[in-house]
Structures are given as C-alpha cells and as structure tokens.
Design a protein around this ligand. Structure first.
Ligand code: HGY
Ligand code: MN
Ligand code: MN
Length: 428
C-alpha cells in the first residue's frame, strides 16, 4: 500500500460512489433496487464493471453464463489465477453493497497492484457473478455454478415470473445456452478464490471490529411448499372447512419454533393465498422455505422433523401438501491457507491481532466456487447487520481498511508462492 491514507480514503469514497452508480440500474421506482440475471440492467452493470476492470489494467470478457470477468497477468503470461469477486445481482428492494462491494473491492485491489507494477506469481482475475441470489429463476448461484462446472442443464427449463425460460433468457442476453459449459474453469487454472462481502449480520459491529474472517458458509436448502384445502364461502361453519391459510399459518409458526429449538435459521419469505378474496376460505397457499445450518446433517434432520409436523398439521385439518426443492447448496468450510492470508491482511491494516472468525449464515458464490478451488472470505462490518434492505450501510473508513486488508491478503498469498513458477503451470 504505497498511497497515503488520504489516497486510500479517496479510493474508498470512489468505490462507494461506484456502488451508488450501480444502484441506479434497477427495475424498481423510487430509488429501490432490484437487478436480476440476464436483463438489460445486468447488461448495463456488466458494461460498467468491464470499464472499471479495463481501467485497472485487466483484459475483460463476459463468459458463457453472463459473468463479467477481468484478468491481469502475473510475472509471466498464462499463470494460474487467484480469482477475486462477488456478485452484481440483487434481491428485490435490496441494499447497494451486498455483492457489489465485493466486486468493486476486488477491482480496486487489482488496480493498486497493477499501478504499483508488482510482479505476482499468479495472475489476478476478477469475476462479477450474474446470479448469486436466484431472484429471477428461483435457483441461486447460477453464474458461479457455471464457472465451477456444476451447472445442471435441466435448469435451462427454469422459468421466471413471466414464464420466460432460462434458455430463452440466455438467448435474449445474446448467449447460447448450448455453450454454457464453456464458462466452466479448470481447477488447475486457479490458485484460489477470495471474496470480500458485507457481513449481513450484527457480530462485527457488536465486537467493534471493522473486519472479520469467514470460518464456513452455512449450507442452505430452499423449498416451494403448496398447502391444498378447499375454497368455500366464508359463511361455512368451522367444522366443515379445509382452510389452507389457517393450516399454512400453523405451519409457518411451527417452522419458526422447530428451527429456533434446534438452533438453526429458517425463513418463510414468500406466501401466496388463492383465491385471495375477503369472503372466500383459502383453498390453496403457496409458501417458500429457506433453511440453513452450519452443518448439513443437522439441517437435514430439522427438515425431516418439519415435514413430519407439516404432515400431522395437514392430517388434523383435512389438508394435503406438496413440496418441491428449489435450491440446495451444501455448507462449505473456508481454506485454512487462504484464511491465513485474509488474517494477515486484517492484522496488518486493522491492527487486529486476533481477527474475529464468523460463520456466514448468508450464502455466497464461494459455495459454488468451492467445488473448483479453495475459497476464503473477508467480512466487512455493516450497520446493524442490516442487509437485503435499502437501509444497508457501510462506513467509508471500513471500506478503506477492507480494501487495504484485501490487497495485503493477495500479497501475503503471493509471498507464499515462489516467483520462479513451474513452466508446466503456465496455461498453454
Ligand atoms: O440468501 C443469501 O443468503 C444470499 O444473500 N444469497
Ligand atoms: Mn444477498
Ligand atoms: Mn451476497
């Protein structure tokens, strides 16, 4: 880090200004943010990110899955790359830092290393993933799974709320779904993956620390549950009803009680009532379930307890239910070697000799990339732990120290790898 604190503070402010610039690409009015995969908003932010990557000295391309990529060669051309990145897509009514801050921090670090002319024993690549949240097609990590080579072609038939298939969306975006496999990276082309991300939790703030290290990312499973009863007149006596909403309501509170009792996290974020009329007993309810835990086996045990309870609630009320799993991402442990580099970066910049280790209850692209290479994550404090909300906020001073720490993590990794690189490693 050769610049003065002012320079780096400026780079934090310019980085935050870029977050504001990207926030304008949204399909929602009144300054709310919703930006989803393979849309004009996605195309626009890829172009902006590509420009910033090029300014940082990178060659840029968009991969076959619509992820925006950039590369800065190491000491010799063709070396395996250290991959840095995060995502540019959002949930509905999102904050402006979830994912976005990680992409811009990665670009800022490459910019600094390029400007300083530091010869590294690996190339640096930045990837701006196009679909971490799964907002449009319901299944998350589509971009990072394509990069990891774990994309399932049956997902091409997934549809969005307008019935557009993922296959059609690729075509509209100018991509050919048949070539999605071209986005897959080969394991030996990478030396690892580092992601900087807001914590999306309250623990760094409670500990008065700007930065932390992720120990592991909780495994998540998501389900679409349909509760079927019988629609009817709201004058029907109670003992003759099969009320899908009363049943679903009992199910929602049971889910909360079961998960809390087991120390897990469960969220029903979507619930739709049919026919949704004031004087009609609901005949059908569609609800979502997002279930996460540090360990997959404990999550799956709780899921089985939840389905048993749903079965008995429905039997008691004369209802039936269907379940369809929409997402499954196993828990992922971060690499000790890469965590050590993140730790070195934090210690050297935040003056924190014992950087805080945190479980990430939020999911991240690193869960998919972990199938390809080792991963680690740097967490950045966010106010009140608020995320997936317009009130999401980070302090410029935390962004400044995060960028410094991320840069030093990269340099710490470079110091561990001899510059005299084995020619066999150089990609032909
Ligand atoms: O759902 C999550 O945890 C992430 O924000 N996609
Ligand atoms: Mn998110
Ligand atoms: Mn995120």
């Amino acid at each position: 880090m050769t610049g003065s604190a002012d320079v780096y503070r400026t780079s934090a402010l310019s980085l935050l200004a870029r977050c504001d610039e990207l926030a304008a690409y949204s399909t929602l009015p009144h300054g709310l943010i919703r930006r989803v995969y393979l849309t004009e908003e996605h195309r626009a932010v890829n172009a902006l990110a590509a420009g910033w990557m090029a300014e940082a000295g990178m060659t840029t391309w968009q991969d076959a899955a619509g992820n925006q990529c950039g590369r800065l060669e190491g000491s010799v051309p063709g070396l395996p790359a250290l991959l840095l990145g995060s995502h540019l897509d959002t949930v509905p009514s999102a904050g402006r830092y979830d994912g976005i801050l990680g992409v811009l921090t990665a670009i800022a670090v490459v910019d600094r290393i390029h400007a300083a002319g530091v010869p590294l024993p690996f190339a640096l690549e930045v990837v701006a993933f196009g679909d971490e949240e799964g907002t449009r097609f319901g299944r998350a990590l589509l971009g990072s799974r394509a990069l990891a080579g774990t994309f399932d072609p049956t997902w091409l038939d997934l549809t969005d709320e307008n019935g557009v298939t993922l296959r059609e969306a690729y075509a509209a975006f100018g991509l050919d779904a048949a070539t999605i496999g071209d986005a897959a990276r080969r394991p030996h082309s990478l030396v690892g993956y580092l992601e900087a991300h807001i914590e999306q939790g309250p623990y760094l703030e409670e500990a008065s620390r700007p930065l932390g290290i992720v120990s592991s990312i909780a495994g998540a499973r998501r389900f679409a549950i349909t509760v079927n009863g019988h629609a009817g007149h709201s004058g029907t006596p109670f003992d003759r009803r099969r009320d899908a909403l009363a049943g679903a309501s009992e199910i929602v509170t049971m889910i909360e009680q079961t998960a809390r009792g087991a120390g897990l996290i469960a969220t029903v974020g979507h619930l739709e009532v049919f026919p949704n009329a004031v004087n009609v007993i609901p005949g059908r309810v569609e609800l979502s379930l997002d279930l996460r835990a540090e360990h997959d086996d404990e999550r799956d045990r709780v899921w089985s307890a939840i389905t048993d309870s749903i079965t008995s609630i429905c039997e008691t009320r004369g209802l039936t239910f269907d379940v369809h799993e929409t997402h499954n991402a196993p828990a992922v442990a971060c690499s000790p070697k890469l965590r050590e580099a993140i730790s070195a970066g934090i210690t050297a910049t935040a003056g924190d000799d014992e950087p805080m280790l945190l479980l990430s209850r939020a999911g991240h692209d690193g869960m998919a990339v972990a199938d390809l290479t080792e991963i680690a994550m740097l967490f950045i404090r966010c106010r009140g732990g608020v995320s997936h909300h317009p009130d999401e906020h980070v302090e410029a001073s935390d962004v400044a120290v995060a960028t410094d720490a991320f840069e030093l993590a990269v340099l710490a990794l470079a110091a561990r790898i001899p510059l005299a690189v084995d020619p066999a490693l150089v990609e032909q």
